[in-house]
Design a protein around this ligand. Structure first.
Ligand code: PFF
Length: 457
């Protein structure tokens, strides 16, 4: 088959793809979610399972997604459809792209609300609100913010506008320009924060907490959460990497680029743990406080340490950058599809997509006040009503399922020669191993974990 070119353009280099995909991968998932999930699920054993899932399941799937994109050279929906036709399979495979686009929209809706909290916290940090704040003070500042729908709506709107602005400018003028600056800065800020945490926090306890595995705390639900998070953190299962792959120049090794992105993403999650937990432990605060960890616990810690205003502000700035470069990836599949199928300009496609995600965001905003309720999910208490429902539906269900189907598509549906051709850089043994993992190991591992969660095993 002749090599196509995407109508949306191409990354200007391999490095640009790596920066953009790392920007998509490194987000709230790494710096906000990973530390609190680790805290909620008992520390080291959770981290170990998460690392295993990254290595065994999600890196091979990432390669599969990028490959689908580069081979199809269109939005995920259209790439899946084209490749299914090429393989003589059902065009219904495009539904996988549809599920992903919708998941992206839903994730963006709540992602933007949380990013709004971060913008609000950045303001508070910079203005010294948290200096010597007490535990009660920090908790009441957090509660005041999340139970004030008007304020949340304002911050959510600002973040959504930031996102739409970048996406509407396209690959070279929008996405590349932003990631080129923000991703390197993000790494720099994180390193500064880790060094600071090591000097003023309790690094030993944090290392012990993150890397000492106590398997008695590892429930089936925690294993499922670790796996879901491995998908969420690498932005898999919903087509973002398919879209980014469709802009990848020919000749770039998909295997190498994917591994670099996954390693950088994992590094950021672990470094984020090393930036957060030493500070938490040095102040005798609890690690298992859930989503409030970086909002309620960290400000107390920063409020008490030398240079806290400066370093606390850097921390929230880091979170803003991370969230921004991820949010743009969440709607890229849908925007690309609208441009291809509805023949509207990118700017209009981005604005409409943004408006829908913005409206949906109101659900999350109200989850923390007027519409709040609690429920149990596979034995884990959830306190934030519809926000938790959306989060579970996307990260724990749609993304893993979407990823599984991407693996099945590449492993069992696509023409093997096309797959091999796209992974050109991979030596023979490497390809055979990867293909075996995608065809057998990934589906088997995921089904086993699932059966364990529902109590069959
Ligand atoms: N990987 C992002 C994070 O860890 O925060 C979340 C995400 C971004 C998921 C973009 C999916 C996506 F398309």
């Amino acid at each position: 088959m002749s090599k196509r070119i995407s109508i949306h353009g191409q990354w200007s280099s391999r490095l640009m793809f790596i920066l953009a995909a790392t920007g998509a991968a490194v987000g709230l998932g790494n710096i906000w979610k990973f530390p609190y999930l680790t805290g909620e699920n008992g520390g080291g054993a959770f981290v170990l399972v998460y690392l295993l899932c990254i290595g065994l399941i999600t890196i091979p799937i990432m390669m599969a997604e990028v490959l689908i994109g580069r081979r199809g050279r269109q939005s995920p929906v259209n790439s899946l459809q084209t490749l299914a036709i090429e393989a003589g399979a059902s065009t219904q495979w495009r539904l996988l792209g549809w599920a992903g686009m919708l998941a992206g929209l839903v994730i963006l809706s709540y992602y933007s609300v949380i990013a709004g909290w971060i913008l609000a916290y950045l303001m508070r940090m910079v203005t010294g609100v948290f200096v010597r704040v007490t535990a009660e003070g920090a908790s009441s500042i957090f509660t005041q913010l999340v139970t004030d729908p008007e304020r949340l709506l304002a911050w959510h709107t600002i973040f959504m506008v930031m996102t739409i602005k970048v996406v509407s400018r396209g690959i070279r003028n929008g996405l590349e320009k932003v990631v080129k600056i923000l991703v390197p800065m993000l790494f720099f800020l994180l390193l500064v924060l880790v060094v600071h945490a090591a000097r003023y926090g309790d690094l030993d306890q944090a290392v012990d907490y993150l890397f000492h595995s106590d398997f008695s705390k590892l429930t089936p639900a925690a294993v499922w959460t670790a796996m879901g998070h491995a998908f969420f953190t690498l932005s898999l299962g919903m087509g973002a990497m398919v879209a980014y792959g469709s802009y990848l120049p020919n000749g770039v090794s998909i295997a190498k680029a994917s591994i670099v992105v996954a390693v950088l993403d994992t590094l950021v999650a672990l470094l984020a743990g090393l930036a957060v937990f030493p500070v938490v432990f040095a102040n005798n605060l609890a690690a298992g406080d859930g989503p409030g960890l970086v909002f309620q616990t960290l400000p107390i810690a920063f409020g008490q340490m030398p240079g806290g205003v400066f370093f606390g502000s850097l921390f929230f700035l880091l979170l803003v950058f991370a969230a921004w470069t991820s949010a743009i990836a969440l709607i890229e599949p849908l925007v690309a599809w609208l441009v291809e199928n509805r023949e509207i300009e990118r700017i209009r496609a981005s604005i409409w997509t943004g408006i829908v995600a913005w409206l949906l965001g109101v659900v999350t905003i109200l989850s923390f006040s007027n519409w709040s309720f609690s429920f149990n999910f596979i034995g884990v208490p959830k306190r934030h009503g519809l926000f938790d429902v959306l989060d579970i539906l996307t990260s724990s269900i749609i993304l893993p399922l979407g990823g599984l189907f991407m693996a099945l598509f590449v492993g069992w549906v696509m023409v093997r020669e096309s797959v091999e051709d796209e992974l050109g850089g991979l030596p023979g043994v490497g390809f055979k191993l990867w293909y075996f993992v995608i065809r057998y190991v990934v589906p088997a591992a995921m089904v086993l974990v699932f059966l364990q969660v529902i109590g069959v095993l």
